[in-house]
Design a protein around this ligand. Sequence first.
Ligand code: NAD
Length: 361
Amino acid sequence: MELHITCIPGDGIGPEIVTEAKKVLDKVAEKYGHNMIYTDILMGGASIDVHGVPLTDEAIETAKAADAVLMGSIGGNTTTSPWYQLPPNLRPEAGLLKIRKALNLFANLRPAVLYDELAAACPLKEEISKAGFDMMIMRELTGGLYFGERKTIEENGVRKAIDTLTYDENEIRRIAIKGFDIAMKRKKKVTSVDKANVLDSSRLWRKVVEEVAKDYPEVTLEHMLVDNCAMQLVKDPSQFDVILTENMFGDILSDEASMVTGSIGMLASASLNDTRFGLYEPSHGSAPDIAGKNIANPIATILSAAMMLRYTFDLDQEAAAVEAAVEAVLKEGYRTIDIMSEGCEQVSCSVMGDLLAEKIR
Ligand code: NAD
């Protein structure tokens, strides 16, 4: 199979971690008989330095022509980098917002997995963490409170701020379909999270999710109020498979779920539209403090590449091979500096990439 992938190395540690992800993908291609065709584009500070803008229209067209985008990370030190002297619409992060909009990426996927070998990094009590967890947070990304009308007014000398939370049934349906599709590739359980005891938008959310669920008889659906979900994530995270939720709830819950894994360098993510196209990137930033030192953890980017294989290319076996390689390398005691613990062997970013590529079976 030919896989057309646009790569955005980006800034900071971005180029280092994308290089390692390509190394692993190339090994997958060799073992499974695929052809990886990469085209690099500039985004963020790297694009500002060359073109004066964080993302050019040509770069967007290149991304659109591919099957998927694999990204490292963009941005620099927000206090010292000259990129942050520019107006907000010309700063590195504006490139990210622009590409999300241009590619209509409305669904954000963030897995939170506790690896046995990294259980010590989990801030939960052992009696809770020992059950392990492997969940996927599916967050609506382009609607709801963050995109509603807002204004600040003054009424009778009192300042008043108004934000509006709207969802129409089409916005809910398309993300729900994505959530159920993902659940079909996992443990076939969806926990739809809302605040239906208070909000109309949540009551519509619940109705539409139930309608979509009828097309997925194999998937178990449960509803959970967002406040309860926040508690359950630290009380019993093993109960979750796919958490399906709206923009603001997902923003908060996905950060909470990430924190309970305890390892920022391990967290993958994907943003999808209503085709098979996706943008895959680690959840962390460009880590300018460690850029160029060959010490960054490339695993989040490599696991993002595994998500790309599974969700854009439907290559479940190849994705599982990458995930199994990560588990095997951790089991053998190799660690980058951010996940280092006593008795393990510390390796560089590039050696971690070599070890993972070697383990692709
Ligand atoms: P960060 O995630 O880059 O770094 C936070 C801390 O985690 C740092 O100490 C860093 O060294 C460490 N870290 C992050 N990733 C690591 C890895 N793979 N291996 C080892 N250690 C790692 O967050 P920040 O410092 O707040 O942001 C830096 C820049 O990244 C900013 O310009 C920010 O806007 C940008 N950013 C970009 C994205 C993105 O591209 N999607 C996301 C978040 C932040």
